[in-house]
Design a protein around this ligand. Structure first.
Ligand SMILES: [Zn+2]
Length: 191
């Protein structure tokens, strides 16, 4: 065991996740549909070095939803993996998403709860979609924390990502920058 030595933690490389339009729509529409309850689903796509490409986001239908958390039947995950193993062309299960909702006066955020951190699989991408009632409309944009923000209908949506390298209580997480050029545009030119 090394003690008292200077922290040899490497510089943290930023991790990015690119949402393709079907993935973006899957996350946002399922989160809005069950608003005031939480949705949970899985992400399919490709995983590269410090980068995820999310092709699809598919909500689980057989979820026990409560106001504060959602759980999934693990057999369902196993069945999905079995199908993917047979038919996918490089597309794989790369992680999960779930929504957070406004609860009373407390606005929903994209900060993972301690149970989110406990249940997240190390190495997987985790996406949180926070749904709040909108106060005013904003165009879809990425803020300086790497979080995607925009409004749809009566809702203000925030999409954030996190990543856990190692499991455990008090596990540290790293933010994942979420990008979705389909809705934010490839390059925003300033006038
Ligand atoms: Zn959560």
């Amino acid at each position: 065991m090394v003690k008292g030595k200077k922290d040899d933690k490497r510089l943290i490389t930023p991790i990015e996740a690119y949402l393709n339009l079907p993935a973006f729509l899957g996350i946002v529409s399922s989160s809005i549909e069950v608003f005031r309850k939480e949705t949970i689903g899985y992400l399919l796509g490709f995983k590269g070095e410090n980068k995820f490409i999310v092709e699809y986001a598919i909500p689980y239908q057989a979820v026990e939803t409560g106001l504060t958390h959602a759980t999934v039947d693990m057999d369902r995950v196993a069945r999905i993996n079995e199908i993917l193993g047979k038919v996918s062309e490089g597309i794989e299960f790369i992680g999960d998403f779930h929504s957070h909702t406004q609860y009373g006066d407390a606005p929903a955020t994209v900060t993972p709860s301690s149970s989110d951190l406990m249940s997240s699989v190390p190495g997987d991408l985790n996406i949180i979609c926070a749904v709040n009632l909108k106060k005013r409309s904003v165009k879809w944009h990425e803020d300086n924390r790497g979080v995607l923000i925009g409004t749809i209908g009566s809702y203000r949506i925030i999409i954030g990502g996190f990543y856990v390298a190692k499991a455990g209580i008090g596990a540290r997480y790293q933010r994942v920058s979420i990008k979705c050029p389909s809705v934010t545009g490839l390059r925003e030119k300033k006038k």
